[in-house]
Design a protein around this ligand. Structure first.
Ligand SMILES: [Zn+2]
Length: 70
C-alpha cells in the first residue's frame, strides 16, 4: 500500500534551493554525502529525491511556459 503523504507542503523553489545548498528544506539539517544527496541527515531523515524530481519538473515546465510568452 502506497500512500502519498502531503503533510509537508514546501514550495518547489524552497526544495530546490535547499537541496542545492545541502540544507534540508524541512528541518534545516545537513543533507547526505555524495550518493545520498537527497537524504536528510538531520532530524526528519526525509528522502527528498521524489520531491526534488517533481519540483524540478514543475519549475522546468513553468520556465518553458513563461519563455514561450512573447
Ligand atoms: Zn530534514
Amino acid at each position: 500500500m502506497l500512500s502519498m503523504r502531503r503533510s509537508t507542503v514546501k514550495s518547489s523553489t524552497d526544495v530546490i534551493s535547499g537541496i542545492l545548498n545541502c540544507v534540508c528544506p524541512e528541518c534545516g539539517g545537513r543533507m547526505g554525502e555524495r550518493g545520498q544527496e537527497y537524504r536528510c541527515q538531520g532530524e526528519c531523515l526525509m528522502d527528498w529525491r521524489e520531491i526534488w524530481e517533481q519540483a524540478s519538473a514543475e519549475l522546468g515546465t513553468r520556465s518553458k511556459r513563461s519563455a514561450r510568452r512573447i
